[in-house]
Design a binder for this molecule. Structure first.
Ligand code: GTP
Length: 635
């Protein structure tokens, strides 16, 4: 705290109006602060104020001796609680008794004490549950944690009323500092210091409303205590609110609860127990408390889901740059709603599932990019879910976080071996969640970019294969007629020759040449010549057998390979082709032309190679030309 604030407090203290214990309570404090004071001396002094003595006995029963033999005497009460605790208790009870009302009209004294008592009860119960070692003192610190407000209302009754009129929860401290040079948290811390409370308590009081402003290290005892008191303060605030406002604040309270490791079921249990305790204390201290419904009812209110959507995302949950489709798996409905709201607030799209089995169904329906799954769940737990998920190769790239309360090495190894990519410790710290999500986002983004590259490469490879196929086809195809070309003919002839030789079967080939084709070109032009060539090719194709192969081997020259055929059979086919061409007029560019072909035929009988067979067919073609054309020669 800076010097100015310290000076300000010293000035306030000097004018003597700070709330402080009086009468017997003051004497108890003074006596307790002396060395060598005995329990008997304290008990005797307390007994001189029967009202205070009665309260201290009741408090001792409430705070310390819930079970077993009740405490009936002041001596027992002091012995059980210890001089130090009784000192703080006398101080607190005296303050409650003396400041039940006051001059500050804007300050609700009853509500103030109800809130303070509620904070104390919550802090005490949680401290006991969490074994943080200050359970006895936690009540008193909780009770006094906002005493600075009472101080301001006492010191500046009128001005503080005006400040309160314009203040919200968020700007109260700032308005107080502007108006009085000191805020209620600072006054609280300095008053606690003045009353001899430990330095840690002062720090807690200073940062109770904004624990992030402290310099405590996350996870350390101080940090945990501060968050414990922050949670208790928030819980008390929720209890004090009007019903409509209360429901709006529940989601925020749940968030704070998760920071101290309190899950929804525990929150209900603690909340209800605090409400019960508050009723007992209200009777004892004679303070009014509002009607507070059971926590179960508050948490399961239908309105929570929508309110969750308006949860002020913590500053650490920044808007995501790369939005993810996240599947959130948890059997705790409130946790699902809470984190769904938080993640959606960061821009991610979130689906939820109740357990591993439901989650698998959800993945089947729409695979997410990232999964945050609780470990312990009914039906199918997080580990089994992970194992099932990884069985499907399509889901290998989904990034999986397992949420666990157990961080033992074996457990973590089990999670990783089941297929988890990372783990989150319970309670999930929103800052850590945001940081881990950012790192997961980078990995998901990288994997997706890789996958895109892979798909693109595959597409390129497919296209390349297709164009190679096209090129290959082009290399063996005649561009004008679309028939296989000479190169193909040579390969095919060799294949058919080899097959026929191996099987001891015949094969023959025909050389087919259009008669007087030069004349067509010369008379009608090359273009019409081309058309006529195509028409003769298709005419030959129509007339030939399915198993025969027709190729264009040169200008106006074709070859037909006839597997399983000798010269005799081949002659019949050749004649059929020749006649088909001769009798079918060719209609080129509107002109009806009569074309004929000459055919030379040879089979494999007695020949040594396909070239020899081809050569022989060629010779016979010349013979056919010489014989007057439009005929077939076989030898
Ligand atoms: N339009 C066209 N003409 C071609 C093509 N290839 C070859 N020719 C022509 O076909 C003609 C072949 O002529 P020749 O070898 O003298 O034989 P021909 O006129 O058919 O006479 P014979 O074979 O003796 O009956 C030439 O005029 C070539 O220019 C082609 O792709 N298109």
């Amino acid at each position: 705290m800076n010097q100015f604030v310290n000076q300000k407090f010293a000035d306030l203290k000097a004018n003597g109006n700070l709330p402080s214990p009086r009468g017997v309570a003051l004497q108890i404090i003074q006596l307790a602060d002396k060395e060598n004071t005995t329990t008997q001396q304290i008990a005797r002094l307390i007994s001189s104020d029967p009202a205070l003595a009665g309260r201290i006995i009741k408090v001792a029963n409430l705070l310390v001796h819930r079970e077993g033999r009740p405490i009936a005497s002041i001596m027992d009460a002091v012995t059980v609680q210890g001089i130090k605790s009784v000192r703080q208790l006398a101080l607190s009870l005296s303050l409650v008794a003396d400041f039940r009302s006051g001059a500050c009209c804007g300050f609700d004294y009853q509500k103030f004490w109800a809130h303070s008592v509620c904070t104390g009860i919550a802090a005490q119960q949680i401290a006991a549950k969490m074994h943080v070692g200050v359970a006895d003192e936690a009540f008193l610190l909780g009770l006094l944690s906002q005493i600075g407000r009472l101080a301001l209302s006492t010191l500046f009754a009128e001005e503080y009323s005006q400040v309160l009129e314009h203040a919200t929860t968020d700007n109260l401290s700032e308005l107080e500092s502007n108006a009085f040079g000191i805020n209620h948290n600072q006054i609280t811390a300095l008053m606690l210091s003045d009353w001899g409370m430990p330095a840690l308590f002062q720090d807690i009081a200073l940062h109770i409303e904004q624990p992030e402003s402290s310099e405590f290290h996350e996870g350390e005892r101080n940090w945990r205590l501060l968050h414990l008191f922050h949670f208790s303060d928030r819980l008390a605030s929720v209890c004090m609110l009007a019903p409509s406002e209360r429901y709006r604040q529940i989601p925020k309270l749940m968030l704070v609860a998760t920071r101290v490791g309190i899950e929804t079921s525990a929150l209900i249990e603690i909340g209800d127990s605090v409400i019960r305790g508050l009723r007992e204390w209200a009777d004892l201290l004679n303070i009014e408390i509002p009607d507070i419904p059971p926590f179960d009812e508050m948490l399961n209110s239908a309105s929570i889901a929508s309110e969750l959507m308006s949860v002020d995302a913590q500053p650490s949950v920044q808007p995501a740059i790369f939005k993810l489709h996240i599947l959130l798996v948890d059997d705790d409905r409130a946790i699902r709603l809470l984190y769904k709201a938080l993640l959606e607030k960061s821009g991610h799209s979130v689906t939820t599932a109740n357990n591993g089995r439901e989650a698998l169904e959800s993945v089947k329906a729409s695979p997410p990019q990232l999964i945050i799954s609780d470990w312990m769940m009914p039906e199918m737990d997080g580990i089994e879910f992970c194992r099932e998920l990884r069985k499907n190769p399509d889901w290998h790239r989904i990034y999986v976080f397992i949420v666990t309360a157990q961080e033992s090495t074996e457990k973590l190894i089990e999670a990783f071996e089941a297929g988890a990519n990372d783990y989150l410790s319970k309670p999930i710290n929103p800052k850590v969640l945001a940081a881990r999500l950012r790192s997961a986002q980078r990995i998901v983004q990288m994997q997706e970019a890789q996958e895109e590259d892979r798909l693109q490469l595959r597409q390129f490879a497919d296209e390349l294969a297709l164009s190679n196929k096209r090129l290959q086809a082009l290399a063996v195809t005649d561009a004008l007629t679309g028939l296989p070309n000479r190169r193909y003919m040579m390969e095919r002839l060799e294949q058919e020759w080899a097959l026929a030789t191996r099987a001891g079967r015949p094969v023959c080939c025909m050389m087919v040449d259009i008669d007087h084709f030069k004349m067509i070109n010369d008379t009608y032009g090359h273009q019409l010549g081309d058309e006529a060539l195509k028409l003769v090719a298709s005419s030959l194709q129509q007339a030939m057998r399915k198993q025969d192969v027709l190729c264009r081997v040169g200008g106006e020259e074709f070859m037909v390979i006839c597997p399983d055929s000798d010269n005799k059979a081949g002659f019949i086919y050749a004649e059929r082709l020749r006649q088909h061409v001769a009798f079918q007029p060719v209609l080129a560019s509107g002109k009806s032309l009569r074309l004929t072909v000459s055919i030379g035929l040879a089979d494999n009988a007695g020949l040594a190679s396909p070239e020899a067979m081809m050569h022989q067919a060629d010779l016979r073609l010349y013979a056919a030309k010489a014989a007057g054309r439009n005929c077939t020669i076989i030898g």
